[in-house]
Design a protein around this ligand. Structure first.
Ligand code: ATP
Length: 308
């Protein structure tokens, strides 16, 4: 089979991110509510002799931090899929087009892995069952299963155990990106320093957040957003505190660091409110500003020209 297959996968945000004490395997136990929002990476795969990768991006996104070798998570996804099918000898070129900031705390790499899995599964005609794709995804990274599932979901374990939530209505998010990424391991290290070796109870999801989601109460959701990594991210990037404050002054219902940062999220009443808040933040020149609705679908194949 030859041709090109494109899959798109959304950015993730964490409406709550509870982080427990580091486990012996180095991971932290998480209790999180994920939401997929409408910023997308696209991965287009075409037949090739070897596995190769190239990266382009929307103008606001610097891509110098994205590796172009076997360490690129999309290439790792391709290798893992081949191994899963008995080491089949197929190659592909993976052209990644990024709409999700790199090292921005929005799981852009995980989105690429999820999109690559779906696109290659289609290009190579493998028909991998969904449950097997989910297992492969979990082996690739903690956020990859959610990138496949999308919507709004509870995450536990190290984030790889994903249970979808049925919610009502749409939310609008303003995203303030940063030109310089933040390394997730360094934020977790800072988090451990701040906890100073004290062990904490297993993290839980706040009841108030679940109630707000159940009834689509935007103001209550804004008030119950939480992120245990925020203090650590602010220690590494003190200027983000001002950004969060500005978003609140611009009348956002809630302002929070996204995952391990440095992207900041501002919850708005609806689309026109998001346009207004985004405009206010843009005039302050703190970094690239975009806005997007959530929840949106998980990764899916969007175009094929392979005749199927
Ligand atoms: P995490 O998913 O760990 O929270 P993040 O969302 O903050 O991370 P990503 O954009 O996923 O950030 O990238 C984290 C790092 O992964 C990058 O700095 C880069 O070195 C590496 N990386 C590997 N493959 C990719 C990819 N396809 N896209 C972006 N980064 C990648």
């Amino acid at each position: 089979m030859s041709g090109a297959v494109t899959a798109a996968a959304p950015a993730k945000i964490n409406l709550s991110l509870g982080v427990g004490t580091r486990r012996p395997d180095g991971f932290h136990p998480l209790a999180t509510v994920y939401q997929a929002i409408g910023l997308y990476d696209r991965v287009t795969v075409t037949d090739a002799d070897d596995l190769t990768v190239s990266v382009t991006a929307q103008p606001r996104i610097p891509v110098d931090g994205v590796p172009l070798d076997d360490t690129n998570i999309a290439v790792r996804a391709a290798r893992t899929l081949r191994e899963h099918h008995g080491g089949i000898r197929r190659g592909a070129h993976l052209a990644i087009d990024k709409g999700i900031p790199v090292a921005g705390g929005m799981a852009g790499g995980s989105a690429d892995a999820a999109a690559a899995l779906l696109a290659l599964d289609h290009l190579w005609g493998l028909g991998t069952p969904r449950a097997e794709l989910m297992r492969i995804a979990a082996g690739l990274g903690s956020d990859v299963p959610f990138a496949l599932v999308g919507g709004t979901a509870i995450g536990s374990g190290r984030g790889e155990v994903v249970v979808p939530l049925i919610t009502v209505g749409e939310y609008w998010w303003v995203v303030l990106e940063s030109e310089r990424g933040l390394s997730t391991p360094s934020v977790y290290d800072e988090f451990d320093v701040l906890r100073d070796g004290s062990s904490v109870p297993d993290p839980e999801i706040p009841d108030a957040l679940m109630t707000a989601l159940r009834v689509h109460d935007v103001a209550a959701l804004g008030a119950s957003l939480s992120n245990d990594l925020q203090v650590a991210a602010l220690r590494l990037r003190p200027e983000l505190a001002r950004a969060l404050e500005q978003g609140r002054l611009e009348s956002a219902h809630g302002a929070i660091v996204s995952g391990s940062g440095p992207s900041c999220l501002f919850l708005c009443e609806g689309r026109s409110h998001a346009v207004q808040v985004a405009g206010g933040l843009r005039s302050l020149d703190l970094g690239p500003v975009s806005f997007a609705p959530g929840p949106v679908h998980g990764a899916r194949v969007v175009t094929t020209d392979d005749g199927r």
